[in-house]
Design a protein around this ligand. Structure first.
Ligand code: MBD
Ligand code: FE
Length: 278
């Protein structure tokens, strides 16, 4: 198709923009996205019918509050991560714990505690108890005391508090401040994987792409400390069949730590609960 068609349309749109009014960054982004979109519409001969199907799907996705899921599923969030990794590589920055996506289900303001937290506000029946501990360290391997480790994960139904109104506020969401050795510890349970709402906008799109809309079991982390940049990451629960088939592309081999299973009797004998619940 003739480039003139695209140019003419873009020119019409820009002719209404008043210099010095509005927001320059928004103008730059929207005009560029429109140019790319018109090129795609031209190359792919997108019809009026297809355009209205898209409009209806976009409307429904918003009504369903699924845009965060769609950004994850289309790799839009992943793109930012890949780009940041590349920028770090260029700058010679070596990340000991790799970053991965935040996802759309974070909530700010989790209850804060020092050194140790229990993530369950409401006890999850039939869950496999999980104890996790770790250290926040700087580039030289020195401990970072006073770092804030925010942790969040879903319940055994694959649902996150706040987004699931049946759970208490901040259930499975905590902020732990590292101790003098840079250590944090928490007690929770092994979460399960997440699946997009069945027949929702994301699920429908994934099916049309010959894909699924599920994630392996995982736990999210933000690590922040004064004078350090923020780390956004996750761990995967080893052994989940979807570990390397995540619809949100978040899994990284370095983020699948070994899970050591011990019997309830041995845990009791070792005084796990007491050791953790300081
Ligand atoms: C999740 O739990 C999640 O972490 C992401 C990235 C997308 C959907 C659900
Ligand atoms: Fe998640």
């Amino acid at each position: 198709m003739d480039q003139a068609v695209i140019d003419k349309t873009l020119e019409l749109i820009k002719s209404q923009e008043k210099a010095g009014e509005g927001n320059e960054r928004v103008k730059e982004i929207i005009n560029r996205l429109l140019e790319d979109l018109f090129n795609a519409m031209a190359d792919l001969d997108i019809t009026s019918e297809e355009m209205w199907i898209a409009c209806d799907w976009l409307t429904q996705a918003g009504k369903n509050n699924e845009w965060g899921l769609i950004f994850a599923g289309l790799g839009i969030e992943k793109f930012i991560d890949v780009k940041m990794d590349w920028e770090d590589e260029q700058a010679g920055i070596e990340n000991k714990t790799p970053r991965t996506i935040e996802g759309p289900l974070y909530v700010a303001g989790s209850p804060e505690s020092h050194g140790y937290a229990e993530l369950e506000t409401e006890v999850e029946e039939g869950a496999e108890r999980l104890y996790m501990s770790g250290y926040v360290r700087d580039e030289q391997g020195n401990p970072v005391p006073g770092a804030k480790v925010e942790v969040w994960h879903c319940n055994l139904k694959g649902l996150y508090s706040y987004f699931d109104s049946t759970q208490p506020d901040f259930n499975l969401r905590r902020a732990i401040i590292t101790d003098a050795n840079g250590k944090y510890e928490f007690k929770s349970f092994l979460p399960v994987g997440y699946s997009c709402p069945p027949n929702g906008s994301t699920d429908t799109l994934m099916s049309l792409l010959g894909r699924h809309g599920s994630r392996p079991a995982h736990i999210h982390f933000f690590v922040t400390a004064p004078d350090f940049r923020k780390l956004t990451t996750q761990i995967n629960i080893e052994g989940d069949p979807l570990t390397y088939d995540d619809f949100a592309f978040a899994t990284r081999p370095e983020l699948v730590p070994p899970v050591v299973r011990i019997s309830a009797e041995d845990a009791a004998k070792e005084g796990k609960d007491e050791a953790f619940a300081k």
